[in-house]
Ligand binder design. Structure first.
Ligand code: FAD
Length: 496
């Protein structure tokens, strides 16, 4: 193909890798010379707490990408341009300064991203330049998997079946996006030759990832993937037990694009047909593929029903009255800080607070506890997760919360209420996960770690634990809370 643009600019956002990158591939096809930029968006940074692991994750990943660009070209004067400010101002100005005919990026269906991109596209157009967007971070875009009547799916299983019917090697193959990079990457103008900023340079606390087993950048994703693949056959059986190393821990890499979803889905899909594997091992792969399809499912829900950002997917559920006031605020604080007196909930919240990760089973348990034991609005929990999760992704987080609150598409029925104690007994039978994050309960025998308030006084005394002093008493009684919740949701009886 003859390049259409003498100069182009690729704008990286949630796709921090050079391999199998759709926009990069198209930019290299269509441009004779290419620059590469990442913008630290002030409208996002301003809203973050000053200690934010994600900022450090991005900085470290960009630093690796910048070095990879120079290594690819073998020219020290090449690399990544970084800017800080509003992309709406920066991208058009930079495109003009560099003389880029087009700006290439991978698309993003989050409402704020759509508004930002529309703004940038208008400004570029007024300068005679184009914004070209490509599908990259999901397998199927919003309208690629639809029902027979061409409307969006709102139930997962039929969506998944349609997804599996549609999938072909075409959708899973990698873009050879590194092929012409060495020859086409432009030397940086002198003004742009700067080191990639650190979190501290951006006004954030340094070393927020220190002590965490969270490898960053493309190399970090490769490390986690290599560790996970031998465990893939056991995924179905191990994934629900937080004390085990069951899942992949790749979510933050999918969030920032340091791994390609095509590569992961291809590996999973191929493994489901691997005749050298046992049926159980193939099921492990099929279950993991299913999780990757949930990701696509929630992306298309957000794209088609952006109102879910503020409201219930099922509008009738907006009539539910949540607890408010000082007591509700105190319960919310206890939930956030991991001191509800329910050990599995507390351990999970402490895992989130100290690492930025929470196991999927525990996301379901803690979300259900907030909504159906404490009677609090799911949006309060959603916002807390959004602040704390390294892998925070609007579509998946909103989908997960609305699932737990029963307000979402294909959600948990409203009258199904997780019992935090039986969940604990089932999924952390020895209380090993609990004591990892609530070590004060270690002296208790395993069977008492799920509900310490049920231990006999002598058992507590032998463990040297005084409830209310060493570990909180439960902030609510589950049985009573359950009745209250059934009454709260009872207004919906007509709907279900
Ligand atoms: C209340 C709640 C909030 C959540 N918030 C987020 C979020 O902000 N960001 C996020 O990526 N996931 C979210 N999830 C989904 C899920 O918990 C995480 O994706 C998963 O725990 C990440 O760990 P992993 O990479 O080890 O997962 P694995 O089990 O290895 O799964 C592989 C990948 O599949 C995707 N995935 C798995 N489960 C889901 C799911 N239910 N919905 C959508 N995608 C899924 C993720 O990209 C994940 O990395 C949420 C779930 C709930 C119940």
């Amino acid at each position: 193909m003859t390049p259409s643009y003498p100069v182009g600019l690729i704008w990286l956002r949630r796709d921090l890798r050079l391999a199998d990158n759709a926009a990069l591939y198209h930019a290299l096809q269509q441009c004779e010379k290419l620059y590469c930029v990442f913008v630290f968006d002030d409208s996002i940074l301003a809203a973050l707490p000053r200690a934010d692991r994600r900022v450090e994750f991005i900085c470290q990943s960009l630093s690796e990408l910048d070095a990879a660009l120079r290594e690819t070209t073998g020219r020290p004067q090449t690399g990544l341009i970084t800017r800080r400010g509003l992309p709406q101002d920066i991208i058009p100005a930079l495109a003009r300064q560099l003389g880029a005919g087009a700006v290439f990026c991978n698309d993003d269906d989050e409402p704020a991203a759509l508004a930002r991109d529309a703004h940038v596209a208008r400004s570029l157009k007024s300068q005679g330049q184009l914004l070209l967007r490509f599908k990259d971070h999901r397998i199927f875009a919003r309208d690629e998997v639809l029902t027979q009547s061409l409307s969006p799916f709102s139930v997962f299983t039929p969506y998944k079946n349609a997804w599996l019917r549609k999938i072909t090697p075409f959708y899973l193959s990698a873009y050879p996006s590194e092929r012409d990079l060495a020859s086409k990457l432009a030397d940086l103008p002198d003004t742009e030759r700067r080191a990639i900023p650190t979190a501290a340079d951006l006004g954030f606390a340094p070393d927020t990832l220190a002590g965490l087993r969270l490898p960053t950048g493309v190399s970090g994703a490769r490390q986690l993937l290599a560790d996970f693949l031998p465990r893939l056959p056991q995924y179905k059986t191990a994934r629900d037990f937080p004390a085990l190393k069951g899942p992949s821990y790749l979510s933050v890499h999918l969030r920032f694009g340091t791994v390609s979803i095509r590569e992961l889905a291809r590996l999973a899909h191929e493994a489901t047909h691997n005749e050298d594997w046992s049926a159980a091992a193939r099921e492990g792969a099929a279950t993991w593929l299913s999780e990757l399809i949930w990701r696509d499912f929630y992306f298309q829900i957000l794209a088609h029903q952006p109102y879910v950002v503020e409201r219930s997917f099922k509008p009738a559920y907006d009539a539910i009255e949540w607890e408010t006031g000082a007591e509700a605020d105190a319960l919310f604080a206890a939930w956030c800080e991991g001191r509800t007196g329910y050990p599995l909930v507390d351990a999970a919240m402490r895992q989130l607070n100290t690492s930025g990760y929470m196991h999927n089973r525990l996301r379901m348990v803690t979300a259900s506890f907030l909504v159906k034991d404490l009677g609090l609005d799911w949006r309060r929990g959603e916002a807390y997760f959004a602040e704390k999760l390294n892998d925070f992704d609007l579509a998946a987080n909103n989908g997960g919360w609305q699932w737990a609150a029963s307000t979402g598409c294909d959600a948990q029925p409203w009258f199904r209420i997780f019992n935090p104690v039986t969940q604990s007994e089932k999924f952390d039978p020895d209380g090993k996960f609990i004591v990892r994050y609530a070590p004060e309960l270690t002296p208790l025998p395993a069977k008492l770690r799920h509900a310490p308030w049920l231990a006999k006084p002598l058992e507590l005394a032998e463990a040297g634990i005084a409830l209310g002093r060493d570990y909180p008493l439960p902030v609510v009684d589950h049985a009573a809370a359950r009745e209250k919740t059934l009454a709260r949701y009872g207004i919906l009886k007509k709907e279900s």
